[in-house]
Design a protein around this ligand. Structure first.
Ligand code: 5GP
Length: 183
């Protein structure tokens, strides 16, 4: 069953979220794992849908209880992780399961489940990535600078992935990801 687990990662603002939403709307066999995080919700984000928004002590209890498939501190501040049981349940029900997580998490999943597929979503260029981050304006300038710093490190890690897909156009990128998931 674990061969149906796919991890998507890629630098901040590359458009992973948009690609994933497109996949969920068009491919009903795909189940997206809802991550847990200690960061505060952004306007419009819904608990249990976008993330499980947890207090640090709640998050740490899930780790201590062995209920996290992977977890990491992302962008130097908050913790993010994948609750294990919902992933196992969705795989058992026959779904193609997708995790949208950071690179540290992707490495942990690959170590725990070597059959999983790692797909790196890459920007068409560095300049385009900067443009997308500044365009979405959800982070203040110092947070943007921190995320761009992380993005450089993340881009360097793309060779560790099984596949690299360029997000030049959302529908095309989503189709390529799904083709790889089903292969
Ligand atoms: P954001 O705060 O913009 O929603 O997400 C920040 C970063 O956290 C993104 O790079 C995203 O991929 C990563 N992330 C989200 N969920 C998880 C998770 O469950 N595990 C890990 N390791 N990273 C995650």
């Amino acid at each position: 069953m674990t061969n149906q687990l796919t991890v998507i990662a890629g630098p901040t603002a590359v458009g992973k979220g948009t690609v994933v939403q497109h996949i969920l709307q068009h491919y009903p066999d795909v189940h997206l794992s809802v991550s847990a995080t200690t960061r505060a919700p952004r306007p419009g984000e819904v608990d249990g849908v976008d993330y499980y928004f947890l207090k640090p002590e709640q998050f740490d209890k899930l780790i201590a209880d062995g209920q996290m498939l992977e977890y990491a501190v992302v962008h130097g501040s908050n913790k993010y992780g994948t609750p294990k049981q919902p992933v196992v349940d969705a795989l058992d029900r026959g779904y193609l399961v997708l995790l949208e997580i950071d690179i540290q998490g992707a490495r942990q999943v690959k170590a725990a489940m070597p059959e999983s597929k790692l797909i790196f979503i890459a920007p068409p260029s560095w300049d385009e990535l900067v443009r997308r981050l500044q365009g979405r304006a959800t982070e203040n300038p110092s947070e943007q600078a921190r995320r761009l710093e992380s993005a450089r490190v993340e881009l360097d890690a793309q060779t560790e992935f099984d596949h690299i897909v360029i997000n030049d156009q959302v529908a095309r990128c989503a189709q390529e990801v799904v083709d790889l998931m089903q292969a």
